[in-house]
Design a protein around this ligand. Sequence first.
Ligand SMILES: Nc1nc2c(c(=O)[nH]1)N[C@H]1C(S)=C(S)[C@@H](COP(=O)(O)OP(=O)(O)OC[C@H]3O[C@@H](n4cnc5c(=O)[nH]c(N)nc54)[C@H](O)[C@@H]3O)O[C@H]1N2
Ligand SMILES: Nc1nc2c(c(=O)[nH]1)N[C@H]1C(S)=C(S)[C@@H](COP(=O)(O)OP(=O)(O)OC[C@H]3O[C@@H](n4cnc5c(=O)[nH]c(N)nc54)[C@H](O)[C@@H]3O)O[C@H]1N2
Ligand SMILES: [Mo]
Length: 732
Amino acid sequence: MQRKSSDEQVIATACSSHCGGKCLLRVHVRDGAIIRIETDGGKEPQLRACLRCRAYRQRIYDPDRLKFPMRRVGERGEGKFERISWDEALDTVAKEFIRVRDTYGPSTTFFLGGGGDNMQLHRARLIEGLFSMAGGFTAWWGVHSFEGGLYAEMATYGTTGSGSGYDDLLNSRLIVMWGWNPAVTIHECNTSWYLIQAKESGTKIVSIDPRYTDSTATFASQWIPIIPGTDTAMLLAMAYVIIKENLHDQRFLDTYTVGFAQFRGYVLGAEDGLPKTPAWAESITGVPAEVIGNLAREYATTKPAALVAGIGPGRATYGEQYHRAAHTLAAMTGNIGVHGGWASRSSVPPNYGGYELKLGKPPQGPGNPVEGGASPRKYSLPTSDGADSSARIHCTKLADAILEGKAGGYPTDIKMLFVMHTNFANQFADVNKITRALKSKSLEFIVVAEQLMTSTARFADILLPVNTFMERNDITLGGATPHYGYVKKVIDPLYESKSPLDICRELATRLGFPGYIDKTDEEWVRELMRGSDIPDYDTFKESALYRVSLPEPRVAFKEQIDDPEKNPFPTPSGKIEIYSQKLADMNNPEIPPIAKHIPAWESRNDPLAKKYPLQLITTHFKRRTHTQFEKVPWLRELQAQAMLINTVDAQARGISSGDGVRVFNDRGEVIIPAEVTERIMPGVVDIPQGAWYSPDERGVDRGGCANMLTRDEPSPGGAFCYNTSLVQVRKV
Ligand SMILES: Nc1nc2c(c(=O)[nH]1)N[C@H]1C(S)=C(S)[C@@H](COP(=O)(O)OP(=O)(O)OC[C@H]3O[C@@H](n4cnc5c(=O)[nH]c(N)nc54)[C@H](O)[C@@H]3O)O[C@H]1N2
Ligand SMILES: Nc1nc2c(c(=O)[nH]1)N[C@H]1C(S)=C(S)[C@@H](COP(=O)(O)OP(=O)(O)OC[C@H]3O[C@@H](n4cnc5c(=O)[nH]c(N)nc54)[C@H](O)[C@@H]3O)O[C@H]1N2
Ligand SMILES: [Mo]
């Protein structure tokens, strides 16, 4: 801690916001209040915070923060509450948990915790551990961000640890940003820094995206617009050109992979009589055959080259196939396990490439008894312990599971819902259906732990006010610039808000497990750090940052490629599986053993396109992280929530920029201003995801919430389909 003047301190801390930046903050505090937030000004690579964290002060001091525990007094969802004490709130939650468990069985409590917590201590797992001790609960499955990617990685590589460091992009001679916009989404704070250096050193960067993004404008020298959901077809046509022109790396394929022959047969048309030529792909993707051919040649002959498969295109129907096809191209060109290549998706997990950021263990519960003995799900490729349990419910199907229960084929009848770290009534697909489910009488009790009166919080029976990461101690782990961040308590918790750890401790006592959380958060942080490589805890705490210096950028699968005899891939064959026997054994044409183009539902070719001719994508927005930061005044000044629409589509509908438009399909309707632009291709509209659902008296959303329009159906491998919806647009 640095003293500026007698009464002002500058406290270093790390950010743990959901965007995944994990940046360094320097917070100025006077009289116990935050007066200013700066960021890293030290040596490169700096961990510089983005606009959102610099504006975090207005989020902490938002006058609408939830201040006290509350109990619902009106109808569910009406938003009428009365103040109660913490004792009454937590007594009620514990009593209801026990009542529901003893009356209906433990599986009827569903726990929904955020998947995006970038912290190690105050996270949803605490409650999961507690509920496991207390008899169990039903858990969710499915990672919104990249479940399609995870599925594909398990099939191809046998592990999801397939990410390299973004600093390794400096070794690439060609970078293909495939549906990737890191200038906005960050996801590890130095991504843009490495990309701009790569560009300045002469590396060619190509962007394939239905939108001309900020990243395209800043880093790329070529923009290839593509019809959403058709990326696999373009990748297959690239493979066709590479095979036909004999540009593939046969030695690499022979040494490290299985199944290229089957893939080759499919691509050339031997399997189905349909060669996957660039002309074939042009008719599907809208990308000229010549452009596809040229990119294929460039990718196969410029070595090394990084095809970074962004996770946005994978958040779509058959998103698994897109990721599998990207892996296959990387293998065909020998770009796996080498510096400057790239094996997999964007979004780097903190532990990868043979290096691990070590940490002690946070409070642990036992395995979840509800999952004990449950068989694996039919088409699962397990990514972690228990994640493939058939006792779990895919996030996207939560509303149906509540409404239909066992009678509808779901594993349980949900009676109690415990929600923390997520605003799911805004962020999961088909908000109208979720709203119906939350009002359902069969759902007897809902607890929500939140900071604000979100769309989800409005449905709570008991509402618990949670503090922010500046009001408690925690640890975050950085991946691209490997580091430990100390997420420090900078101010005391505001109002009566409590940390997730404190809430869990007090609930644990009430459920009969007083020893579960036996330390303060600072003591737990110390415990976590004992298991790390950090030599000096106090210095780390003071600076909030411990950088791990590695001798060279990390490259996934380098060991496997350098010495395949000693280091087989963790797949059944020990090799990269272009063809997966495991998938073949599933005998499901929607999960084929090789990457295939499967026409998606709600594509331009769906008969529904007559009624709803525009494809909706729902991208991640600069001034928000999902629904977070939406109410921050400084950030709202930056950019309006608006629907991007191409000039051609706008003119056909008499729409000008700033006009209010109705965007609708059979699931719902949003009224939102239009932004008419050439930066999105014709036939596609974009509503940035995360705006707050604000229904009018007719149930039409006036807030611009994209999930009024998305479909609550996962892809067969589990990918979320947020970028697969057809809509119509009309001027209001
Ligand atoms: N500012 C900000 N940053 C964030 C977040 C946020 O909400 N706001 N969220 C964080 C989280 S949790 C995640 S998971 C990541 C998400 O990060 P991403 O998934 O990478 O972000 P998106 O903007 O959804 O998608 C990236 C790009 O894919 C393009 N795209 C969409 N559909 C298609 C398609 O079919 N084909 C192709 N080729 N491109 C397509 C979009 O136009 C977009 O430019 O971002 C993280 N960072
Ligand atoms: N249409 C569409 N929908 C999408 C996406 C998309 O691309 N398109 N992206 C999806 C993706 S990738 C993701 S990751 C999800 C994100 O979905 P969510 O995780 O539901 O989204 P957030 O808005 O980040 O919600 C987090 C909530 O937790 C609260 N919170 C913050 N800190 C704490 C805390 O310490 N304790 C508790 N209890 N609460 C806290 C915040 O106030 C906020 O309301 O959205 C998905 N939804
Ligand atoms: Mo995400």
